[in-house]
Write a new protein. Structure first.
Ligand code: SF4
Ligand code: SF4
Ligand code: SF4
Ligand code: FES
Ligand code: FES
Lengths: 727, 167
């Protein structure tokens, strides 16, 4: 323990802490600008200077380690003067007309003389107006004028990327975004470039973030003290009035998030002192307020769809369910709350329905992931799973929670953002991933037919020596993995509540359910699969219009509008809290099912739903490509979806980032087949016929095409296919 | 000179593919091509496992590196205070006329790049013009004409390769 004095207060501190941290912990205010919790101190802005007894000049407290017997003063006239000077210098490069305008108050109220300065030089048209650290500091330090010439960089605003925009005219070079991107996210997209007065923050060669492989996690946006980086969606929605701490239910990680609300509108969703991904950061607000959402019950009368009241809708449901009872097939999305899932099971029990299935990719050996269990010298082998796109917060945790830096080996024929940052990327021939694993763990010499060089295998073997080895893989993307016993297998599935569903069991796979001839009535809760035949009645309970013809639509609320809970990949129960009232007439899933059950004289409350035996459909055989079907189709789980709707179909940003509605075609293969970027192509397999627009890329290996699974494709799995252009 | 990946890889290997040798690698590439071609930077980033932006950041920070193609001969006219007082602007004008380019540019035939600098620390010799590392102190317009013609001639006889190797 170290004893020091700050502003005449005796304070105890731990070794290695900085004066700033200690002061902040004891509620002593020191102005800061470039300091950011969790990032390595940078000491760039000099606003946090303090005086230390015995030292002739003030020093920056954010980089000053505590010492025994230090006597620190944080607020003297000299410091005030110096701080003001520093801030004035910073502001001389930042548009500041409004900050020092004597008409500021009137302007805010009546926009009295908005023409007094050019719009680019003031705050009135900055998206961060009212929520800006510079404004706050100007107020706190009492800056009334700026005695230096204003230099405006006159750079173009970078609007060409999805999700956020950048106006580096407003950047004060605090380096928070740079440190965030490099230290915390490990992405290395942003850095300082050039020097002196020309210093700028940006990407290499000023390429767009999309081109350079940005994760669009938004971490940089959230740490920026100015309006230089801003969220495009919420830019003009106004400042949030309150926030609600809740959980993101878009994937199995279930990150804690804050949903920021103004009136009954979700403005944005931001991390709650953690790291989240692009879906949780930029996907939730536009999803909740999506123009395509249906927010009142719709009933098909004759050929027309008519908006009806809930009562009429319930009457219809009850009549139909009573009529068909056990002949009903229920298909539900895992992205419901646990409460809703329970009531679905309850309803199925009551109807004695033996056909209950989910669209989640299931694996019976799923166990809760124990993050604390990873100890010691670790090496993670990741097979066919893009951890950055799908599980980035998890990857960051794996990386940061360890004392010794773990090693990462990726085995994947498909290139992704992950392959760039890992220690070793082994790119086998398609379908030879399991063989690479065998080679890595082989004791004796083995024949290598995987297209991975023997040298790389040796490198891999070296990394695997004497370490705790974990194998991470998405069971949807790779089947039949066998590894020695000392390697711990950790399946990662992308859909939330997978553990819950495994625990409860499901009767059949989606495909078996759809092939069942005895079903007359389909009840689809948030999922729209491809149907092979006609049904007498189809009831859809969802947020967005499904791609199937339905008889009744029951509008549900998204997870931002309901209370409940979900269970995540670690087996933790996480709370979902209502941020806004459900839009329009939409209601929560559990309410709707409870109402139906009530009308069917079934009490959902007290009875525990019975467990079912999970049946997973047999894995299709791995077939080889041949003359008739010369091209490999790779199918990967799509973790960018909500209740069976692709995020990229719903939001333009995701369409640009992911383009899940496209089939990815290797560049050389495309040339050979004369496929053009964006042109529709036909993918024909033994039991398969898909038409999708193509996107040409070098990420997929030669002679292969890749699609992200979507229920509307029907039963597809990786298989040999033939590709034809549609003309 | 055209960028050849093999040569760059050779340079990287010379420094044992070490991240910490980034500056040395870039210096060698710069020496070889007189600038840092984007493909070379990408290759360095890949091979050394340093994010592209970091290599780019370093390359753009140091004046010793150029991110735009530069001519065979670099002409640097000092426009620091001492040189300025003693006639640097006139010299600069003359060089511009002679080469037909303004500071920061390269001639079309990729022979000359003109640059200005703020004091070379040899003010006693002002005004100074440096051509390919050779200092021409107390220069006058006539002297500069002579020097430049000499370099222009050199191009025709093509002895450049040898003279470079010596350096
Ligand atoms: S969004 Fe994330 S990955 Fe992209 S630049 Fe910002 S911090 Fe880096
Ligand atoms: S963009 Fe924002 S966070 Fe990044 S350096 Fe500029 S002001 Fe700081
Ligand atoms: S990682 Fe999953 S839970 Fe976390 S923010 Fe992204 S989608 Fe949401
Ligand atoms: S906060 Fe300490 S120097 Fe910026
Ligand atoms: S001013 Fe030219 S060398 Fe100093």
């Amino acid at each position: 323990m170290i004893k020091l004095e700050i502003d005449k207060k005796e304070i105890m501190a731990k070794k290695g802490e900085t004066v700033l941290e200690v002061a902040q912990r004891h509620g002593i205010y020191i102005p800061t600008l470039c300091y950011q919790k969790d990032l390595v101190p940078y000491g760039g802005c000099r606003l946090c200077i303090v005086e230390v007894k015995g030292w002739s000049i003030p020093v920056a407290s954010c980089t000053l380690p505590v010492e025994d017997g230090m006597v620190v003063k944080t607020d003297t006239p000299r410091l005030k003067k110096l701080r003001r000077f520093s801030l004035q210098l910073i502001l001389s490069e930042h548009p500041h007309a409004c900050l020092i305008c004597d008409k500021e108050e009137e302007c805010a109220k009546y926009q009295e003389c908005i023409e007094k300065s050019a719009v680019t030089f003031g705050c009135k048209f900055c998206a961060r107006n009212g929520d800006c650290e510079l404004q706050e500091l100007v107020e706190k330090l009492g800056i009334k004028e700026i005695p230096f010439e204003f230099s405006y960089r006159n750079l173009e605003i970078e609007k060409f990327d999805p999700f956020f925009e950048r106006d580096y005219n407003l950047c004060i070079l605090c380096g928070r975004c740079v440190r965030m991107c490099q230290e915390v996210r490990g992405a290395g997209i942003l850095d300082f470039q050039h020097r002196g007065p020309e210093t700028l923050v940006g990407t290499a060669y000023n390429l767009s973030h999309l081109e350079i492989g940005c994760q669009f996690c938004g971490a940089c946006v959230d740490v920026c003290p100015t309006g230089a980086l801003r969220d495009r969606y919420s830019k003009w929605l106004g400042l949030p009035e309150r926030y609600v701490k809740t959980t993101c239910a878009l994937c199995n990680i279930g990150c804690s998030i804050k949903i920021n609300v103004r009136a009954n509108t979700v403005v944005s969703s931001t991390p709650d002192n953690n790291q989240i991904c692009v879906r949780g950061r930029f996907g939730i607000a536009p999803l909740v307020h999506h123009p395509k959402r249906i927010i009142s019950p719709m009933l098909r009368k004759g050929e027309r769809l008519v908006e009806v009241e809930w009562e009429e809708a319930f009457d219809f449901v009850c009549t139909k369910l009573n009529e068909y009872r056990a002949k009903t097939g229920i298909l539900f999305s895992p992205q419901l709350t646990i409460e809703a899932i329970n009531s679905v099971y309850g309803l199925a029990d009551h109807l004695q329905c033996e056909k209950l299935a989910t669209t989640s990719a299931l694996e019976t050996n799923l166990k809760p992931l124990d993050l604390k269990g990873f100890r010691g010298d670790l090496v993670f082998v990741i097979v066919n799973t893009d951890m950055i796109s799908d599980f980035s917060p998890l990857l960051l945790k794996l990386r940061s929670q360890q004392k010794i830096k773990p090693a990462f080996i990726v085995i994947d024929a498909v290139d992704s953002k992950l392959t760039q940052i890992v220690d070793l990327w082994l790119r086998p021939e398609l379908g030879k991933e399991v063989d690479v694993l065998k080679l890595l763990f082989a004791q004796k010499k083995m024949k290598n037919t995987t297209a991975v060089s023997t040298q790389d295998i040796k490198l891999g073997k070296d990394l695997l020596k004497k370490k705790n080895i974990y194998l991470l893989y998405n069971p949807y993307n790779i089947k039949n993995i066998t590894v020695p016993k000392y390697v711990k297998k950790i399946p990662l599935t992308a859909k939330i509540n997978a553990l819950k569903i495994i625990d409860m069991g499901v009767d059949s796979s989606t495909m078996d359910l759809l092939q069942d001839k005895n079903i007359d009535c389909l009840y689809l809760l948030g999922t729209a699969p491809k149907l092979n035949r006609k049904y007498k009645t189809i009831i859809v309970q969802d947020c967005f219009p499904p791609q199937v013809r339905f008889d009744l639509f029951l509008p549900t609320a998204t997870f931002a509008e309901v209370n409940g809970s979900v269970v995540n990949i670690e087996g933790k129960i996480k709370r979902i809290r209502k941020a806004i009232e459900p839009l329009g007439k939409s209601k929560s899933d559990d309410w709707i099912i409870a109402q139906i059950s009530k009308r069917l004289n079934h009490n959902t409350k007290n009875r525990k739903p019975k467990k079912r035996k999970t049946i997973i459909s047999a894995i299709a055989k791995n077939r080889k490509v041949g003359e008739k079907y010369p091209i490999h189709l790779i199918v990967r789980e799509n973790s960018y979806s909500f209740r069976g709707h692709r995020l990229s179909d719903l939001m333009k940003g995701f369409e640009r980032l992911r383009g899940d509605g496209y089939v990815r075609v290797n560049k050389r293969t495309a040339k050979k087949l004369r496929v053009k970027d964006g042109a529709e192509i036909k993918i024909i397999g033994r039991t398969l016929n898909l038409v999708m627009p193509a996107r040409i890329t070098e990420d997929v290996p030669e002679n292969s095409v890749l699609v992200y699974y979507h229920p509307s494709m029907g039963a597809v799995n990786s298989q040999p296919v033939r590709v034809e252009c549609v003309h | 000179m055209k960028f050849i990946p093999k040569e760059v890889i050779k340079i990287i290997n010379k420094y044992h593919v070490k991240k910490s040798k980034l500056l040395a690698v870039l210096t060698d590439i710069q020496a070889k091509y007189n600038w840092l071609p984007p493909d070379a930077i990408k290759l360095v980033s890949e091979k050394l496992c340093v994010p592209l932006i970091d290599v780019y950041g370093v390359a753009s920070f140091y004046h010793a590196f150029s991110l735009t193609p530069r001519g065979k001969h670099i002409v640097t006219v000092c426009s620091g205070t001492a040189c300025h007082v003693r006639g640097a602007p006139i010299i600069l004008d003359r060089v511009q006329d002679q080469l037909g380019i303004s500071p920061g540019c390269t001639t079309k035939d990729d022979q000359f790049t003109l640059e200005t600098v703020n004091c070379l620390g040899a003010c006693a010799l002002a005004p100074i013009v440096v051509v390919d590392g050779h200092y021409h102190g107390q220069s006058t317009t006539q002297k500069i004409d002579l020097v430049l013609t000499k370099y222009k001639k050199k191009k025709k006889r093509k002895p450049t390769k040898k003279s470079r190797k010596k350096k």
